[in-house]
Design a protein around this ligand. Structure first.
Ligand SMILES: [Zn+2]
Length: 667
């Protein structure tokens, strides 16, 4: 593959310059916040890119293309008529009074007088560039457009996106221009956010292979749900044609992305053999702190990953071996002006030269968590893509990068005056990324209490057996009534049903608790308790059992796994309960890959089933092998257990501490 690309670039340098199109139109800058309030998605994004391309002499080497407004016929291929109509007229005078109110009904959307035109130009420009490349007029092209598109759904604008530009362009080729001969399209979405809109639009469509690598943080990162998880592989004809690579956090950089390309995307692309590749090119996965201005762009305020312009150029170059190099880049997110400008420039240099820009890897190896994600994706997708079926060699996956802390402190040097100290890092991540990552304007979640599953499960009772901080009543109560107790760093939303437990009982179980993971969302640094659901008569775990409804249990499960309570269906219903309750210590993973997604049946008490939640059996293996860290809890978390044990089990404080110490030492 490598040699082939070298040969190709030799040929083309003989035949002359690659024909690379570039499209930009200033009218897309007329879309901005109504009163010019500060906003990360602003017109300067496009201007910064354009200026960089101009001063670097890139424009002179490209074919300049004019923007065109999208035709409604093509917009209707992916959007509902009512949505197209809304966007078409939202900037007209008759909406002057209501425009902002309408925008407020959407998630992270603003409108002004320039929005309609900009949205039509962005989608139309995407169509224009794919048309030129599919017809062979150009080898490749980039559209510098806004508003971005990949969050926009069939009937909904969201996440700064009005029309789904990439999806419109793809459907245009497949259905609007059958004579172009394009039958298979690979969409690569490397924006740091999941391309939820694009995924849904091609969910049942095998003509489009949608690949998205994004921060997921177990459903905590925008758009804050599980749509971007690797278990979402498409349906019907489209099953296997939807690939998600969800990062667990915002640490990933070039080496992690390269590994995902080499071990997931490229083998699948080879099998799929696309006719054209469209990149949803967001540049918001860039480095958070500037080390050396020359080779690292400063960070993105929303993304928090660590891809460099060099990294993007390598990712793009690796794709040029497919579809005979027919690649179209369509801008998505990216909110650091300097970073998006440098990254787009690096990508255009690749399209022009057929090789990555100069640069080097900050870290030689991906993180261990990256190998875990890659393996999970391969395992999940291998039924559809035989090239993913083989196990990755141990010598490969044992090469891992350092932990974040080591990494930041080792990257500090004399020119690095502005870089934060290691201690401030967590705080900074919290301050900078968190509020912005939760783009949702209206943070208050409305739970649909009318869901039928809620009324069905509100009268079914179970004992929820808790062994961690939930043993302390005050803490557990946060999961029902909402709130947070001393030491918690995060507020709980509470259950839709705030009734307190009918009864509380303490009991011992012959299994083992242990403490693992480096830090948690609720308690910050330090491990949290997990149960090894293996029956062992020599073990004794104290549990506080709360008699609550199965509806409330589901709400705890949602909160423990950072999922939205506003779900159309429960995670754990009566049928699943019946299925596992034939044998004690039976367990079933109901939220794949989540920390507490595994439900364990512990028997019956007063004829009512006793259940608890812990990590998956696979994670137990990973804790045992050292792949996941065993960690002592922090003081606040340990105190919550002590309080619970003293209050309920009537242990002395010393006995409670000894019990926790015993659990810390082993698994
Ligand atoms: Zn994004």
């Amino acid at each position: 593959m490598e040699r082939e690309s070298e040969r190709k670039s030799d040929e083309e340098s003989v035949n002359g310059q690659r024909r690379v199109g570039i499209l930009y139109d200033d009218r897309m800058c007329r879309h901005h916040t109504p009163d010019h309030e500060d906003h990360v998605e602003n017109p300067n994004r496009l201007r910064a890119i354009w200026n960089e391309l101009q001063s670097a002499g890139i424009l002179q080497r490209c074919v300049l293309l004019g923007a065109k407004k999208a035709e409604d016929t093509y917009l209707h291929l992916v959007h509902s008529r009512s949505h197209v109509n809304l966007i078409k007229h939202i900037s007209s005078r008759k909406f002057n009074e209501r425009r902002s109110l309408i925008a407020a009904e959407f998630n992270s959307i603003y409108f002004n007088e320039g929005s309609s035109e900009a949205a039509y130009l962005a989608a139309g420009s995407a169509v224009e560039v794919v048309e030129k490349v599919a017809s062979g007029e150009l080898d490749s092209a980039a559209a510098i457009v806004r508003p971005p598109g990949h969050h926009a759904e069939r009937n909904e604008a969201m996440g700064f996106c009005l029309f789904n530009n990439v999806a419109v362009a793809a459907r245009y080729l497949l259905d609007g221009r059958p004579e172009s001969g394009v039958k298979k399209i690979l969409i690569v979405d490397w924006d740091v956010h999941h391309g939820n809109g694009t995924q849904k639009m091609f969910w049942n469509d095998s003509r489009v292979l949608f690949f998205s690598v994004h921060r997921h943080d177990f459903g905590r990162f925008y758009p804050s749900n599980f749509d971007g998880f690797y278990t979402k592989v498409g349906e019907g004809a489209g099953v296997g044609y939807n690939i998600n690579v969800p990062w667990e956090n915002g640490k990933c950089g070039d080496a992690d992305y390269f590994a995902v390309w080499d071990h997931i995307l490229l083998p699948v692309a080879k099998e799929f053999n696309p006719d054209i590749i469209i990149v949803s090119a967001g540049f918001d996965a860039v480095y958070l702190f500037c080390k050396k201005e020359v080779d690292l762009a400063v960070g993105d305020p929303l993304g928090g990953c660590r891809v460099t312009p060099y990294g993007y150029s390598v990712l793009l170059e690796k794709l040029m071996n497919f579809a005979e190099g027919r690649i179209v880049l369509i801008l998505e997110g990216g909110y650091n002006l300097d970073s998006i400008a440098k990254s787009m420039r690096a990508c255009l240099e690749v399209l022009l030269e057929g090789k990555p820009v100069t640069g080097s890897l900050e870290e030689a190896y991906p993180f261990e968590s990256t190998w875990n994600v890659i393996q999970a994706v391969r395992e999940n997708l291998s039924p559809f893509w035989p090239s993913l079926a083989s196990e990755l060699p141990q010598e490969l996956i044992s090469k891992v990068g350092p932990h974040l802390h080591t990494l930041i402190s080792s990257s500090e040097d004399e020119d690095d005056k502005g870089a934060p100290s290691t201690e401030n890092l967590e705080e900074l991540l919290e301050d900078v990324i968190k509020p912005l990552s939760e783009l949702k304007v209206d943070a208050d979640e409305e739970i649909d209490v009318s869901s039928t599953w809620r009324s069905e499960l509100s009268n079914v009772y179970i004992w929820y057996a808790s062994y961690g901080s939930n043993m302390w009543k005050a803490r557990f109560n946060c999961y029902l009534a909402g709130g947070q107790v001393d030491g918690m760093v995060k507020h709980c939303s509470g259950s839709a049903n705030r009734t307190l437990p009918k009864e509380i009982l303490w009991k011992n179980f012959p299994c083992h608790i242990f403490f693992g993971r480096d830090s948690s969302d609720s308690w910050g640094q330090g491990g949290v308790a997990f149960l090894n659901p293996e029956k062992k008569l020599t073990d004794k775990t104290y549990m506080c059992m709360y008699k609550i409804s199965l509806e409330q249990f589901n709400d705890i499960l949602f909160q423990e796994n950072a999922l939205s309570l506003d779900a159309d269906s429960p995670l754990f219903d009566i049928n699943t309960l019946n299925a596992i309750s034939d044998k004690e210590f039976n367990s079933l993973e109901v939220v794949k890959g989540a920390w507490y997604g595994n439900i364990v049946y512990l028997g019956k008490e007063q004829d009512v089933p006793v259940i608890t939640m812990t990590c998956s059996l696979l994670d137990i293996k990973r804790f045992k092998s050292g792949k996941l860290p065993l960690r002592a809890p922090n003081e606040a978390y340990a105190n919550s257990l002590i309080k619970g044990l003293v209050e309920g089990e009537k242990l002395s404080e010393a006995e409670a501490i000894a019990y926790i110490d015993g659990a810390v030492k082993s698994l």
